[in-house]
Design a protein around this ligand. Structure first.
Ligand SMILES: Nc1ncnc2c1ncn2[C@@H]1O[C@H](COP(=O)(O)OP(=O)(O)OP(=O)(O)O)[C@@H](O)[C@H]1O
Length: 331
């Protein structure tokens, strides 16, 4: 049995916002007596993460993932609850704690924009006081799995998004942290680059035994990487388990999109009579049908639709995290 490196108990975050006044009189009033609204973004989260686990932390937009990650990394103070990570309290022991973690935000870079990548690495070497031999060994390891060589001497601003992500991952791990927070590491990348990044993450986890907290909207990241999936919605836990458990419960969800000329045709479809379990919504000139492939037969659904309306195009999509979250909430 592995030790838990992360322990979160009864974690809550309530944001307090000053109410905006709509006119001058109420504005003057609020100068004397400010009014506040409260919003609870994280509600009583409890989980433990064993050393070396890849923990998929997922949820729809606004579910509370970033707020939780900010509390785990020590950026935000929880309203209540406890976080202990490798024996540290992220907020109170910040100086020591940052040596234990690496953080990568897919949408932002921690590298200096105008500097060649290697120069940022040298700065990090000084900040974390990494001895020469360790620095060289780690750089060789990351070069091996992330192929940094091709662009390590180029300014960050000239890198492609995939190269920048590879450079960022190496930067976050140069000080050999025990825990890596990865926020959307494959966002905006094409399929082959995504695969490469995923393989590198796997390799780092298996060779360095790094515990990884991965936030993503991409179900494929979850499928390829995560030992465990933790889903939140409206700040609350709604699923905690393995991919197998998630798949056997919800993985048979599919989406088919019918593009039509006349969106009013949808009335002719009367889907609910024939396929009572499906979920339908309309966006622009597209009819989106979300269904469980164990219960609804796709060819039947397509034939039924084609018999009733004129369809210009048919697209079958993989299930998104959003679809799974919706489905879990209904069950
Ligand atoms: N500083 C803040 N003040 C007030 N409300 C906030 C603040 N930060 C976040 N929120 C609210 O808390 C909720 C959770 O936001 P959060 O950014 O944690 O979601 P998320 O799961 O990371 O979403 P996304 O996938 O879109 O990044 C949202 O409703 C958001 O508007």
């Amino acid at each position: 049995m592995k030790n838990n490196i992360i322990e979160v108990s009864n974690l809550n975050k309530v944001f307090k916002k000053q109410t905006k006044s709509s006119n001058l009189i109420s504005y003057l009033k609020t100068l004397i007596l400010p009014e506040y609204t409260y919003f609870q973004a994280v509600k009583d989260l409890n989980f433990q993460i064993p050393e070396g686990q890849i923990f998929g932390f997922i949820g729809a937009n606004g579910a509370g993932k970033s707020t939780t990650i900010k509390m785990l990394t020590g950026i935000l103070q929880p309203t209540s609850g406890n976080i202990v990570i490798d024996g540290y309290n992220p907020q109170n022991d910040r100086k020591e704690y940052v040596k234990e973690i690496g953080v990568v935000f897919g949408q932002r870079t921690q590298l200096w924009w105008d500097l060649p990548v290697i120069e940022t690495y040298f700065v990090l070497k000084e900040i974390y006081q990494i001895p020469d031999s360790e620095f060289n060994d780690r750089l060789a390891f990351f070069d091996d799995i992330l192929e940094l060589r091709k662009f390590i001497n180029n300014p960050v601003r000239t890198l492609s998004l995939g190269q920048r992500m590879r450079a960022d991952i190496a930067a976050s791990l140069l000080h050999n942290p025990k825990i890596l927070f990865l926020d959307e590491p494959t966002i905006g990348l094409d399929v082959s680059v995504k695969d490469r990044i995923r393989q590198a993450i796997k390799e780092i986890n298996s060779q360095k035994k790094t515990t990884i907290i991965l936030t993503t909207h991409d179900l494929r990241d979850v499928e390829v990487l995560c030992d465990r999936i933790y889903i939140i919605n409206n700040g609350q836990e709604i699923f905690d388990g393995t991919l197998e458990k998630l798949k056997s419960s919800y993985g048979s969800m599919r989406e088919v999109v019918f593009s039509v000329d006349h969106i009013n045709d949808i009335e002719k479809l009367n889907y609910k009579l024939k396929f009572p379990e499906i979920e339908v919504y309309v966006k622009d000139n597209d009819i989106h049908v979300i269904f469980d492939s164990n219960k609804t037969v796709l060819p039947e659904l397509i034939k039924y639709t084609l018999d009733k309306v004129v369809v210009k195009n048919i697209l079958v999509n993989e299930t998104s995290i959003e679809d799974i979250v919706k489905k879990i909430m209904r069950t």
